[in-house]
Design a protein around this ligand. Structure first.
Ligand code: KIV
Ligand code: NA
Length: 263
């Protein structure tokens, strides 16, 4: 049976952790699907791990559509979530809808966009028109130039309050999921306790509704810098299938992440 927005809501309500991994092609989609990953994210991180750019900004909507098609064909059970790339949704509500529609027609079941409370109108516009949305807050990589690097967000009390407020506004606007990247574990826990929708964390500690990692990071094949929150599940695993199963298992039973992966 296909994982849907209702499944995710039910899992979070029952305290069952949600497992998510990025995925960019059909073979991995089939493998991840079979291993029990709940959500396959066609992340614009493909700009870095597939295309070798130094940020996600060069990724185009056409490229996201192509990879979404590939993943959608390989997955039969997991929910397919596609990133809206930089420049494909910030201009207007109409642009956000047109870009999201292309990702949905390519096989996505939900789209993800980056930004704080100011994106609430966009979230509402999409949700009202049948497009479930995951809101990505905290370290939003499309803002790397504005942030002046990839750094933990929400460390000061003021920033933490703003992120909590952003999360609330995005959830109120109808976001189905709120994803937090590189925020203090304590803040992610507060956001998760406050919201009625599931939260997903990456570098956000254990007290969220689910976890996500970049596939190439958790398999240890990305040649770039390894972030603190990454765990290489190939260590000690006899196969890629086993490594992915170990990841799912660790997310479900709460043994990943541990303090060494948190801020
Ligand atoms: O693009 C991506 O892989 C992401 C995850 C890191 C959440 O947005
Ligand atoms: Na992304």
């Amino acid at each position: 049976m296909r994982t849907t927005v209702n499944t995710l809501q039910k899992m979070a309500a029952e305290g069952q952790k949600i497992s998510m991994l990025t995925c960019y092609d059909a073979s991995f989609a089939a493998l991840l699907d079979e291993a029990g990953v709940d959500i396959l994210l066609i992340g614009d991180s493909l700009g870095m791990v597939v295309q070798s750019h130094d940020s996600t900004l060069p990724v185009t909507l056409d490229e996201m559509v192509y990879h979404t098609r590939c993943v959608a064909r390989g997955a039969s059970r997991a929910l397919v979530l596609a990133d809206l790339p930089f420049g494909a949704y910030q201009e207007s509500l109409a642009q956000a809808f047109a870009s999201s529609a292309r990702l949905m027609q390519a096989g996505a079941h939900m789209v993800k966009l980056e930004g704080g409370g100011f994106m609430a109108d966009t979230v509402r516009f999409l949700v009202e028109r049948g497009i479930p949305v995951c809101a990505h807050i905290g370290l939003t990589p499309q803002f790397v130039n504005a942030f002046g690097g990839y750094r933990v967000q929400g460390k000061s009390a003021t920033d933490a309050e703003r992120i909590l407020e952003d999360a609330q506004r995005l959830a109120d606007a109808g976001a189905s999921l709120v994803l937090m990247e590189c925020v203090p574990a304590d803040l992610a826990r507060r956001v998760t306790e406050t919201l009625s929708v599931p939260t997903i964390g990456i570098g956000a500690g254990p007290d969220v509704s689910g976890q996500v990692l970049v596939l190439h990071d958790m398999l240890g094949v990305y040649p770039g810098k390894k972030a603190r929150f990454v765990k290489n599940f190939m260590n000690g695993a006899p196969s890629i299938q086993a490594a992915v199963k170990a990841y799912v298992e660790s997310v479900k039973n709460g043994t990943f992440p541990t303090a060494e992966h948190c801020f």
